[in-house]
Design a protein around this ligand. Structure first.
Ligand SMILES: O=C(CO)[C@H](O)[C@H](O)COP(=O)(O)O
Length: 223
């Protein structure tokens, strides 16, 4: 089981205080900074110094590889649902890239760690080919809410996916995102999650460092 990583979620639209918030979170003990990316723009003007874990909620992830690489991003996680869509040839980047393996290769060539995310309605089996094939992804992000915004309710039924992944891939980084905090962390940790993304519970806390520490302890105890 990999080391615990706690990643406060910095919404990509919230740029005004990005640098100072990032520094505050690292100071509070965060390992990674999680960035949800839905649009281009200001993020790419930043040069990141901490581990920036990028979650690409876009239909054309290939377009983001170069700018994120330049901005110093560390992790690049695209959605498995996108690779399904482009397999059907319905969107333009199908023309640019033949398959997800090329995308993974490009991500790696820019020095980033490739990951794949799946939405709540997507069966876990959909990501197996990306883990079992040549040039596999190194992390799976199991969404525990519908992607898009913070403050939603954690879906405990998603833990079946985490359990299935942990059983099949003991050393895989498995990330969970959505509704994680003091009341839900033990469910995710005991299912086998190693990377914890949390927005409201950390940013809404009087003492973010305590929440980060509690979540890390839960993951460490469950190992
Ligand atoms: O936008 C998101 C998911 O797409 C957030 O990263 C995530 O939901 C974290 O927020 P919270 O901890 O408040 O649920």
């Amino acid at each position: 089981m990999p080391k615990a990583k706690i990643a406060p979620s910095m919404l990509s639209s919230d740029f005004a205080n990005l640098a100072s918030e990032a520094a505050r979170m690292i100071h509070c003990g965060a390992d990674w900074l999680h960035m949800d990316i839905m649009t281009y723009k200001p993020l790419f003007a930043h040069q990141f110094w901490a581990y920036l874990d990028c979650h690409l909620m876009v239909t054309n992830p290939l377009d983001y590889v170069e700018p994120l690489g330049k901005a110093g991003a560390s992790g690049f996680t695209f959605h498995v649902e996108v690779s399904k869509v482009f397999d059907c040839g319905r969107i333009t980047w199908y023309l640019v890239t033949e398959n997800w393996q090329e995308l993974v290769q490009q991500i790696r060539s820019k020095g980033m760690m490739p990951g794949v995310a799946l939405k709540p309605g997507t069966p876990v089996e959909e990501v197996y080919p990306l883990l079992d094939g040549e040039n596999p992804v190194e992390m799976v992000l199991v969404m525990t809410v519908e992607p898009g915004f913070g403050g939603q309710k954690f879906m405990p039924e998603m833990m079946d996916k985490v359990r299935a992944l942990r059983k099949k891939y003991p050393s895989l980084d498995i990330e969970v995102d959505g509704g994680l905090g003091a009341s839900t962390i033990d469910m995710a940790a005991s299912a086998g999650a190693s990377c914890i993304v949390a927005g409201s519970s950390v940013f809404g806390a009087a003492e973010p460092a305590q929440v980060i520490s509690l979540m890390r302890k839960s993951v460490d105890v469950a190992k």
